[in-house]
Design a protein around this ligand. Structure first.
Ligand SMILES: [Zn+2]
Length: 224
């Protein structure tokens, strides 16, 4: 599939338009919290054929403009089931981050999904792996070559685990599962540049414990 990144909004969040090359069908993954993504997608020529919206998690920068996007693309929308508790706080999340003007309506969720969920985007098989820890139900969407990870993993870092609904112990287990996936997968994060699972497995300082468990040199490693 083709992966296009749009960095938008107050938090420089990476949102994605993924497209099945065989059929031209596209999905939006994550939304930003402003009208920026909607406007940038509307300006694309030719117009993308958007048939679904997928969310990684319910933080305002990732799900805040869902309602705005659905005004333009009234398509089935998928949210990790365990993320509902956080998603439902969107009308207060701006205030929680000290920016009440960013409080947002929730938008519509059509399907609450769980670990192992699979869906076809045209001829591309998309899978969902649940990777909670940063939030209660965050997850990643992937095919044979690319994985969109939200705030689970960044180039050289990982998602914060000091938010009210975060859990570092759960995050450690989620990262273990994530690094069972093939190393060649290109990692498209919620913030910052693209990387691969293999690159992060070799050098990310937050996963020294995984290197050790796999019998690799622990390398530069931070405790958290
Ligand atoms: Zn987040």
């Amino acid at each position: 599939m083709q992966v296009q990144c749009f960095t938008v909004g107050n938090f420089s969040v990476n949102t994605y338009l993924i497209t099945d090359e065989a059929t031209g069908l596209s999905a939006i993954i994550d939304t930003g919290e402003t009208e920026e993504l909607r406007n940038r997608l509307k300006a694309l020529m030719p117009a993308p054929n958007i048939v679904m919206i997928l969310l990684t998690h319910g933080h305002i920068d990732h799900a805040g403009s869902l309602a705005l996007l659905q005004e333009e693309w009234d398509v089935p929308t998928y949210l990790p089931k365990k993320e509902r508790v956080l998603f439902d706080t969107l009308p207060m999340q701006g205030s929680m981050f000290g920016m009440p003007h960013l409080n947002r309506p929730c938008g519509r969720v059509d399907h609450e999904i769980e670990d192992g969920f699979e869906i076809m985007l045209g001829q591309t098989q998309l899978k969902f792996i649940s990777t909670p820890g940063h939030t209660p139900g965050q997850g990643c969407w992937y095919d044979a070559n690319d994985i969109i990870v939200g705030d689970t993993l960044f180039a050289g870092s990982i998602g914060r685990t000091d938010f009210p609904m975060s859990d570092p112990r759960v995050m450690k287990e989620s990262l273990r599962r994530l690094f069972e996936l093939p190393g060649h997968l290109r990692v498209h994060s919620g913030h910052g540049p693209m990387t691969t699972l293999q690159t992060e497995l070799q050098s990310n300082p937050f996963i020294g414990y995984i290197r050790e468990e796999k019998g690799m040199p622990r390398g530069r490693s931070l405790r958290w």
